[in-house]
Design a protein around this ligand. Structure first.
Ligand code: OXD
Ligand code: MN
Length: 582
């Protein structure tokens, strides 16, 4: 056999998929032009107004292919117990037998793009190489934005076989023949039947979370569904935090928040908005890098009010997916600025008029280079990452969780993360949403048994001589009539400020059964008109709600049986005892 391991693998998949042409992508600007030209010719891309949005394109996906498909996503480990009760599992043999026929000849008449990429900063000891082959020009153009792609990756790889191979084909885009398969023991991904970002940009959820979490467990590090930000204080010191929230809880907005406390000297620097790779440093601190090079953000609701930094970032070199467009070729979505102009083309390419269905798909997206974002930290590509002082867990909880609380220690913090949940927004005004348990926001992304995952978190903590403090936040607590009590968005910086004060041993707190909650005067509320009653409600520990929460947690944890670490049960019992005694 001749060639490098990569060349041999590409030959192998080409023999199966039989493309007409093979293009090795080098990551150059000329190549970007060629990809867009190709996409324009085959109507995968439409040019947006190049004066207002230079280098920006619109992509319309198949209407049945607009989101991640968790029920078609599988962990194909050799043993089912290693995937655990929260993942779909298929044996590697069955997975191959089922999908090989879907890949056979799938690229006939098409071009196969070979995309070597790096997840993590170039030259960083955190970084990993992946190679995706795909027959989608949209995927090729998007991976250029989301990863460090081409020559740099081939240089890092050399003739090594240490890369994550990912085979992707659009297939016939039918949900009946759609599979997102992860083979963690071989560090391999097969994805067929979808062009949607989370299913098809294999560097993101598939490699950087599902496969990487498995690798991290073996190698002693963590791959997490977390944003990374730095809060600069008035002395100029920057405090880095990593925060996990389930999808649709505002991670991207928090990562690039514009601070209303800027005149006091507090500002936020963005390191990442979705994924963090975390390692124990030689100094006993936890260090983080963002493996991605771009953002794949949700468009609806993004505006100058909610995320001015993102609005600035998407003005160039951005791919918009399933948004509406105005007559002038400008992207448009619900929430961009009030009501819609009367003449729009909707996300399916049809004329839209006010009062009809949504013009942009609710999960419409933009794929934008991180370097476009004005709030990017000067350290976002530091090879050693940034040192993490605080970990923040959060969810959308109408009642149970106060605005913020701090765990007693690392083990209790792991329990807080393991107990995370989020409520779907209910249609009826007073109805409380359906609760989905989502430990560390990793339920759809942990590539192995989550019982083992909690144990891994505890093991990592034991190696940290200076562990980050662990917090839980909830921007979504509601009052009697279902209204949000906390203003959210930029004002969340006030909570980050308290978190940093706690890390420094300064912020004041009351010890409660669930952890440390700010004293009434310790949050900086200057300039906000929140009544003392509202603040009391925001910070209240609701004993009855916690009783019910404990019962729901117990039910969730029980499914892991023996694989759930005893420490989690100890924390559960300790919380019950503290609540009983209070
Ligand atoms: C995402 C998600 O797209 O979490 O980041 O669904
Ligand atoms: Mn995400």
């Amino acid at each position: 056999m001749s060639g490098t391991p990569l060349e041999r693998w590409v030959d192998e998949v080409a023999a199966i998929t039989q493309p007409d042409r093979i293009v090795w992508c080098d990551g150059s600007d000329e190549e970007a032009q060629r990809l867009y030209e190709q996409g324009l010719a085959e109507k995968t891309f439409y040019r947006l107004n190049q004066k207002a949005y230079p280098g920006c394109h619109l992509h319309r996906s198949h209407p049945s292919d607009v989101a991640r498909t968790e029920h078609l996503t599988f962990i194909c480990s050799r043993r089912q117990e290693d995937a655990g009760p929260t993942n779909n599992w298929m044996s590697p043999e069955e997975a191959r037998a089922k999908t090989l026929p879907l890949f056979r000849g799938a690229m006939r008449g098409r071009t196969m793009y070979v995309l070597p990429y790096i997840m993590g900063p170039v030259g960083s000891p955190f970084s990993k190489v992946g190679v995706e082959v795909t027959d989608s020009v949209y995927v090729a153009a998007s991976m250029r934005i989301m990863t460090r792609l081409g020559k740099v990756a081939l240089e890092q790889l050399g003739s090594s076989e240490d890369f994550c191979p990912g085979l992707h084909s659009l297939g016939d885009l039918s949900p009946e023949r759609r599979f997102i398969l992860h083979f963690p023991e071989e560090r391999t991904i097969w994805s067929v039947g979808s062009g949607y970002g989370g299913n098809a940009l294999l560097g993101k959820k598939c490699f950087s979370l599902r496969i990487a979490s498995w690798m991290g467990r073996q190698e002693g590090w963590l791959a997490e569904h977390m944003l990374i930000l730095g809060l600069e204080d008035p002395s100029g010191q920057v405090w880095y935090m990593a925060a996990a929230f389930p999808s649709a809880c505002g991670k991207t907005n928090l990562a690039m928040l514009v601070s209303p406390l800027a005149d006091q000297g507090y500002r936020v620097w963005t390191v990442g908005d979705d994924i963090a790779w975390l390692r124990v440093g030689p100094d006993g601190r936890l260090w983080a890098v963002n493996p991605e090079a771009g953002f794949f953000g949700v468009a609806p609701g993004t505006s100058d009010r909610t995320n001015p930094n993102m609005m600035a970032a998407i003005r160039r070199s951005t791919i918009f997916t399933n948004v509406a467009i105005t007559q002038d070729g400008l992207p448009w979505w619900e929430g961009i600025n009030g009501t819609g102009p009367d003449s729009l083309i909707d996300w399916r390419g049809n004329r839209w008029s006010p009062g009809s269905d949504k013009a942009a798909h609710p999960n419409s997206r933009f794929t934008v280079p991180a370097r476009n974002c004005p709030s990017m930290s000067p350290h976002w590509e530091d090879p050693q990452g940034v040192p993490i002082s605080a970990i923040i867990f959060g969810g959308r909880r109408a009642r149970v969780a106060p605005l913020v609380y701090q765990s007693f220690d690392w083990q209790h913090g792991v329990f807080v993360g393991a107990g995370m949940a989020s409520e779907t927004t209910a249609a009826a005004i007073h109805a409380v949403g359906v609760t989905r348990r989502d430990p560390m926001a990793m339920l759809p992304f942990c590539g192995y048994n989550m019982g083992d995952y909690f144990a891994h978190w505890l093991r990592v903590g034991a190696r940290l001589s200076q562990p980050p403090a662990i917090f839980h936040v909830n921007w979504f607590r509601t009052g009697e009539s279902g209204q949000f009590l906390w203003p959210g968005f930029g004002e969340n910086v006030r909570v980050l400020k308290w978190i940093v004060e706690r890390v420094q041993g300064k912020g004041e707190a009351t010890e409660t059964p669930i952890g440390f909650v700010p004293t009434p005067g310790s949050l900086d509320l200057e300039g906000l008109s929140l009544s003392p009653e509202t603040m009391e409600e925001l910070l209240r520990v609701d004993r009855d709600a916690w009783e019910q929460e404990l019962a729901e947690q117990k039910q969730f944890f029980e499914q892991f049986g023996e694989r759930l670490p005893q420490e989690i049960w100890q924390e559960h019992a300790a919380l019950a005892a503290r609540l009983g005694a209070s």
